[in-house]
Design a protein around this ligand. Structure first.
Ligand code: B4P
Length: 197
């Protein structure tokens, strides 16, 4: 079973690339950003609270996203594998994901980490902000805060997965197709290991 984490700073191309991997490997795509935006659109109590944080470029509490992911794992028991997009974002989330998967006799196969220059990240997000309607994409100060939050709270996960031998660094600069080809090379290797193991 292939369980991938697509990782990187805001605007690194996680959502874009996850979509392409899902199509090839028939994985269930779990994007915490998308799931939270769905709650916001439905104006649920959770969505109302999440919106206040997301609009400022802050993270939603660990407990909230861990619960969302737990529910989705339970709801997709027959899946051939998962791709976690935008999750985990803190060491606490990573530890809880390991526990959740272990309780189902599953494990993370690998973490694909997209590396992109900061200026490129800001440019991509501002460009998306023109059409997405996302408040967190429209203001450079908020985007810089998201990158700062990433550096402080999320980047330590590189060490977390390196220690488990699961970190794969991917050059995230270039066209969507170029990056997709780099990612798929890595996923292919991981898939072989999963099938032989
Ligand atoms: P996310 O939805 O995960 O937002 P993101 O980091 O911006 O990544 P996304 O996947 O959307 O963008 P992508 O890089 O693909 O999170 C939003 C917020 O939700 C967070 O700030 C946080 O508040 C909250 N949240 C989510 N998960 C959470 C968690 N686990 N814990 C706590 N809080 C959480 O693409 C960006 C743009 O670049 C797109 O327009 C795309 O078209 C473009 N692009 C992609 N590849 C490109 C390329 N190669 N060249 C040029 N442009 C490219």
């Amino acid at each position: 079973m292939l369980n991938l984490i697509i990782f990187g700073p805001p605007g690194a191309g996680k959502g874009t690339q996850a979509q392409l991997i899902v199509e090839t490997y028939h994985l269930v795509h779990l994007s915490t950003g998308d799931l939270l935006r769905r709650e916001i659109a439905a104006e649920t109590p959770l969505g109302v609270e999440a919106k206040k944080l997301i609009d400022k470029g802050e993270l939603v509490p660990d407990k909230v996203v861990i619960e969302i992911i737990g529910d989705k794992l339970d709801a997709n028991r027959d899946a051939e594998g998962f791709i976690f997009d935008g999750f985990p974002r803190t060491v606490k989330q990573a530890e809880e994901l390991d526990k959740l998967l272990e309780s189902k006799n599953m494990a993370v196969s690998g973490m694909l980490s997209l590396e992109v220059d900061e200026q490129e990240l800001v440019g991509r997000l501002l460009k998306r902000g023109k059409s997405s309607g996302r408040a967190d994409d429209q203001n450079e100060e908020i985007i810089r805060n998201r990158i700062e939050v990433y550096n402080q709270k999320t980047a330590p996960l590189i060490d977390y997965y390196s220690r488990q031998g699961k970190y794969h660094r991917i050059d995230g600069m270039g066209t969507v197709d170029e990056i997709s080809a780099r990612l798929k090379k890595n996923v292919k290797k991981m898939n072989k290991v999963e099938q032989n193991g």
